[in-house]
Design a protein around this ligand. Sequence first.
Ligand SMILES: [Ca+2]
Ligand SMILES: [Ca+2]
Length: 238
Amino acid sequence: MLEFLIITVLFSEVPGYLTQEDMTGQVFLFPEESDNSYVKLQPEKNGPFGGLSICLRYYSLLTREFSLFSLATSSMDNDFLLFYCPQCDQHFEVSVGGRDLSYNLKERNDAEWRSVCASWDSSSGVVELWINGKPYPRKVFQKGHVISKYPSIIIGQEQDGYGSNFNINQSFVGEISDIHVWDTALTYQNIFDVLTYNNLTGNVINWRSLKYKAEGDNSVLRCLKRIYHNPTCNRNTV
Ligand SMILES: [Ca+2]
Ligand SMILES: [Ca+2]
């Protein structure tokens, strides 16, 4: 039993090793910009996908452009991408199938946690974007597209290849948490449940049972994110 525990501890701390854990109350921290630090998320389903929804929370003071969620397939690097450039007139992009849908966000990227939910449905083409719980006007985009099998899902870097070709100037710096992905478009009720921490978990990526592999200089931190929600969380345990 002791040997098992030691092996478990060792493997959970070895960089590059696939880990599975309940990430509730934890964050991925990317402390500085790089072109080699990222977290690869292992999906529960391999696709192909005729719809996709992503919710996450992040905290960053970056003003330059950066990737929030990069899903590449062997045929297309931007098969699903969330990308943001605060200093470019708050330019936010949802990319599907290699094409970009643009928004100009009306809320500034201040020093606070921000929630993002984006969903796309192939059969209708409807795209929904929610920032801090507020829906932007729906758009229709990439109707009929199918995201092909075996996605490479990466947090911290923007893929210009299939799990490769990162640009330091598009890397994420900051904290990111509560990542869930579904293979369908979410309903209004679903998004409300996610934003209010109800029991809704992704069926493609599930933050409460996350399989991931960390590469480079990034960390899993406990408690930091919850400091807003739970003042009793002890900073010193981080
Ligand atoms: Ca790309
Ligand atoms: Ca790029």
